[in-house]
Design a protein around this ligand. Structure first.
Ligand SMILES: CC(C)(COP(=O)(O)OP(=O)(O)OC[C@H]1O[C@@H](n2cnc3c(N)ncnc32)[C@H](O)[C@@H]1OP(=O)(O)O)[C@@H](O)C(=O)NCCC(=O)NCCS
Length: 184
């Protein structure tokens, strides 16, 4: 598969975005698990975290997601090393059916040492570019109600709340706030 790369220059660092293919599944699993633990281990039960990593971030599950026809994954790289990633879904791959005119950001995850340095913004811009390319009318996502930093990130990028849904972290039923940004 052709790998599309482009660079975003920020005052802080040179960030490149690259499509993740199935041959990158190990690197994707490594960064997925590391960023999930960094973000949520302190505020959640250890068993539920373990169950989530085993069931949702297994090689089998990630491989299936990488080969799905309506999901795309991208790394954000600094000096050639992945420091964050993006997963977007459209059409039937969306975790809640919002219709063919919508694009879902299912995950933007950045390693903590790269928070606040434009990496998340570069991944978000990639999602906007994909949405524009697909002529999507809006972008939507779900974010944990206690994830204040992510809520602030999405609000500053023009998202507003339109609903709530349940996200299972192991056996813990958590509330996600659904947010949407219109593109036209
Ligand atoms: C959510 C995430 C992608 C945002 O990336 P980031 O680089 O941290 O984002 P930014 O620093 O640009 O913006 C975060 C905003 O949160 C706010 N903020 C900063 N620190 C905060 C804190 N401790 N608590 C609450 N809000 C905070 C600020 O308003 C900041 O915006 P500013 O640049 O205007 O000051 C990143 O923090 C991350 O990967 N988190 C873990 C995974 C995650 O939660 N993903 C989202 C769910 S899919």
């Amino acid at each position: 598969m052709a790998v599309a790369r482009y660079h975003i220059f920020t005052p802080m660092q040179d960030i490149s975005i690259s499509r993740i293919s199935v041959s990158d599944v190990l690197a994707l699993q490594t960064i997925s698990r590391a960023t999930f633990l960094e973000a949520f281990a302190a505020d959640n039960d250890e068993e539920n975290m373990k169950q989530y990593l085993q069931e949702n971030l297994s090689i089998e599950k990630l491989t299936a997601e990488l080969t799905a026809p309506c999901s795309e994954f991208y790394f954000a790289n600094v000096s050639g090393t992945p420091v964050g990633y993006l997963k977007v879904n459209y059409a039937a791959c969306q975790t809640e059916q919002q219709g063919d005119n919508s694009l879902e950001i299912e995950r933007i995850y950045v390693l903590r040492e790269h928070y606040g340095k434009g990496v998340a913004q570069a991944l978000f811009q990639k999602a906007i570019d994909i949405a524009a390319h697909r002529n999507a009318e809006n972008i939507w996502l779900g974010v944990w109600e206690h994830n204040h930093r992510a809520l602030a990130f999405y609000r500053k990028n023009g998202f507003t709340e339109f609903g709530r849904h349940v996200f299972m972290l192991g056996t813990d039923a958590q509330t996600d706030i659904l947010m949407r940004r219109e593109l036209r």
